[in-house]
Design a protein around this ligand. Structure first.
Ligand code: THU
Length: 140
């Protein structure tokens, strides 16, 4: 399948517009691509009690998995301070890396967009090598 990183980053940018981040003022958007072209979008959703905050990546993954989808082929993430026009790559946090590793093959591309149009391409396995797995036979 031909994966267009620019289109997926554009979807992440549109997801970012829905970010609810009044406490950090750091807005993140994610777009998760399925094998048939379906895109699940997510934004970070914060809470006054802080701990319930959920990152954009996990919102996208949980939306998709709760709809019965697990056939993920790529994810794009964008993020940065609200109101600041210049944004560099926003790397997924450690918790989101673990969740990505649960559902995505290590070679699954992760596209990180910047405001200048640069795309940093990495992968789920590169972001989280030596992943914790419960089943020994799942380890490389
Ligand atoms: N955030 C994400 O949405 N994804 C990440 O991978 C890193 C952090 C959010 C959580 C919180 O709402 C804000 O960014 C600041 O940490």
């Amino acid at each position: 399948m031909n994966i267009n990183s620019k289109d997926l980053i554009a979807a992440a940018e549109s997801a970012r517009l829905a970010s609810y981040s009044p406490y950090s003022n750091f807005a993140v958007g994610a777009a998760l691509l399925c094998a048939d072209g379906t895109v699940y979008k997510g934004c970070n959703i914060e809470n006054a009690s802080f701990t319930p905050t959920c990152c954009a990546e996990r919102v996208a993954i949980f939306k998709a998995v709760s709809e019965g989808r697990k056939d993920f082929v790529a994810i794009a993430v964008v993020g940065g301070k609200v109101g600041e026009s210049e944004r560099g790559a926003c790397y997924p946090c450690g918790v989101c890396r673990q969740v990505l590793a649960e559902f995505c093959a290590p070679e699954t591309p992760v596209f990180l967009g910047s405001s200048n149009g640069d795309v940093l391409t990495t992968s789920v396995g590169e972001l989280l090598p030596y992943t914790f797995k419960l089943k020994v036979e799942e380890n490389d």
